[in-house]
Write a protein that binds this ligand. Structure first.
Ligand SMILES: Nc1ncnc2c1ncn2[C@@H]1O[C@H](COP(=O)(O)OP(=O)(O)OP(=O)(O)O)[C@@H](O)[C@H]1O
Ligand SMILES: [Mg+2]
Length: 490
């Protein structure tokens, strides 16, 4: 584990080229965060790095800056990127691109995102013009490679962000196939707030003598985060949620299923709280719009499945609410980590019924979290003090439009996506297009929770009815198999 000293070197001292240091300063980033100070020297020296830093600790720049430094000075050939960042969700890809593209420009580097749900023809055009850094989700990138619109033969530095999550989601076979196409002497960086599970397999197979930089123990809660467990009677839960949603300040509420997200958004609209609803059953344009409105402060509440749990950064989120308890301690930490980022303070509240207290507290202990427990109802003093809860106006607002099912295959130049259905063995990008959505037809709970770190298989044609899940969620031991399957991030 890396010792964090109180005086960190400057970005220039860490070896970044001066145009990059100036570009960082122009964005108000003048001194490195500890994970960046720890990782940069080794990564710039060309070492493979395993980086674990808490949520909001600045991992994007910890891998992004050495990556840009590594590829500066040489232009990519058409369709042959020189650097690749793989991420599990579309929103995260766009966010990483937004963070790194302007920095890359300072070195004359061109960045492009390729993700599902967006125009493939535009992505193809961009690749043909030449892309230095490609940020991608595995499924779309695989498609483009199969269409011979992209080759990984020139990639010399690869990053897996949220590496453990990509394995959890079943991206492992797709990720391995992609990594197999990258020259084996290239540099690899793996990052996440939680590195475990199948990541070991990736590390053994693809990393050379990696150096691990971990600025906190495996289960280390963010110090600036307060955790609360609110016990509510089931009959009161919706009213309590409405009061919490009526608070001033930016709030993210996590719900297990897409159906649950839409239902809560509708209920809140009826009592006067306009909330954005984000899940994998929405069209990509709706997903993008909802997140943008939340970022811009047009809506103060975002209700989301775990699709928004990993990596997503929105400034000033002061409260995260687990409407349904997280599936495990890792999901708890990542959901919670949407608040208290980059040294800010934040509050995390979990609402549970009496019979959920034991399991939820056990999960919190595994997360290394100590939560204050209180029994609350509407108008409760503790609830108001902790969350700023306010009774909403009661005047209905326009609810979110009904989600439209996503088009299955992206079109290129007028043609259909010819990728065979269900060819990913796991819950990969195929899930991104909604093919494996457990409740995409609005029937929550019809699927068992079959999420497994190492045993999940999807068989059949990939349409909802033909999906078979094997195994429970490995490693948790206490996961209730009869609960609705949480939506996988996509
Ligand atoms: N050196 C820095 N100085 C100031 N702000 C920074 C610095 N590094 C990162 N940030 C800001 O901190 C915020 C969180 O960074 P980032 O999204 O990279 O966190 P993360 O570690 O990847 O979190 P997660 O585990 O949730 O993905 C971003 O808004 C980023 O711009
Ligand atoms: Mg991140």
């Amino acid at each position: 584990m890396t010792e964090v000293s109180s005086t960190l070197p400057t970005f220039a001292e860490l070896g970044l080229p001066s145009p990059l240091v100036s570009a960082l300063e122009r964005r108000g980033i003048s001194a490195p965060f500890p994970i960046q100070a720890a990782c940069l020297p080794d990564a710039i020296a060309g070492r493979d790095v395993l980086g674990r830093g808490q949520t909001g600790s600045g991992k994007t720049l910890a891998f992004g800056l050495p990556l840009l430094t590594a590829i500066a000075g040489v232009q990519a050939a058409p369709t042959r990127p020189r650097a690749l960042i793989l991420v599990p969700t579309r929103e995260l890809a766009v966010q990483v691109q937004d963070a790194l593209a302007p920095l890359g420009r300072s070195l004359g580097l061109h960045t492009k995102t390729v993700v599902g749900g967006m125009s493939m023809s535009k992505q193809i055009q961009g690749l043909r013009r030449g892309v230095d850094l490609l940020v991608a989700t595995p499924g779309r990138l695989t498609d483009l490679i199969e269409r011979r619109e992209c080759s990984l033969a020139d990639v010399r530095i690869t990053v897996l962000d949220e590496a453990d999550h990509m394995c959890d989601l079943g991206f492992m076979p797709a990720v391995s196939k992609l990594l197999d196409q990258i020259p084996s002497d290239g540099q690899r960086l793996l990052f996440s707030a939680t590195l475990d599970g199948d990541v070991d397999k990736l590390v053994r197979r693809y990393l050379h003598d990696p150096v691990t930089h971990s600025i906190a123990p495996a289960a280390a809660p963010v110090e600036t985060m307060d955790h609360h467990l609110f016990i509510v009677d089931r009959a009161d839960k919706q009213d309590v949620l409405a009061e919490v949603a009526g608070r001033p300040g930016r709030t993210i509420m996590f719900v297990r299923t897409k159906h649950g997200v839409d239902a809560l958004a509708k209920k809140l609209a009826r009592v006067g709280v306009r909330a954005g609803a984000l899940h994998g059953g929405k069209t990509q344009s709706a997903r993008t719009r909802t997140l943008a409105e939340f970022r811009e402060g047009k809506v103060g509440v975002l209700i989301a499945t775990d699709v928004a749990a990993r990596g997503i950064h929105v400034d000033d989120v002061s409260l995260v609410v687990h409407v349904d308890p997280a599936a495990d301690h890792k999901d708890y930490l990542h959901r919670a980590g949407r608040t208290a980022r980059a040294g800010e303070r934040g509050t995390v509240a979990t609402l549970v019924a009496h019979n959920e207290v034991r399991n939820t507290e056990r999960m919190m202990r595994r997360a290394g979290v100590r939560a204050l427990r209180s029994k609350v109802t509407t108008g409760d003093d503790t609830l108001i003090r902790v969350t700023g809860a306010q009774r909403p106006s009661g005047v209905p607002v326009e609810p979110e439009p009904e989600p439209r099912p996503q088009r299955r295959g992206p079109r290129t130049g007028g043609g259909r996506d010819r990728r065979p259905r269900g060819r990913f063995e796991g819950r990969g990008e195929a899930r991104q297009s909604g093919r494996f959505d457990g409740d995409r037809d609005g029937r929550p709970g019809e699927h068992r929770d079959g999420e497994s770190r190492d045993g999940l298989r999807h068989t059949g044609g990939g349409r909802g009815g033909a999906v078979r899940h094997e195994g429970g969620r490995a490693g948790t031991g206490r996961h209730d198999n009869r609960r609705p399957r949480p939506e996988a991030a996509r």
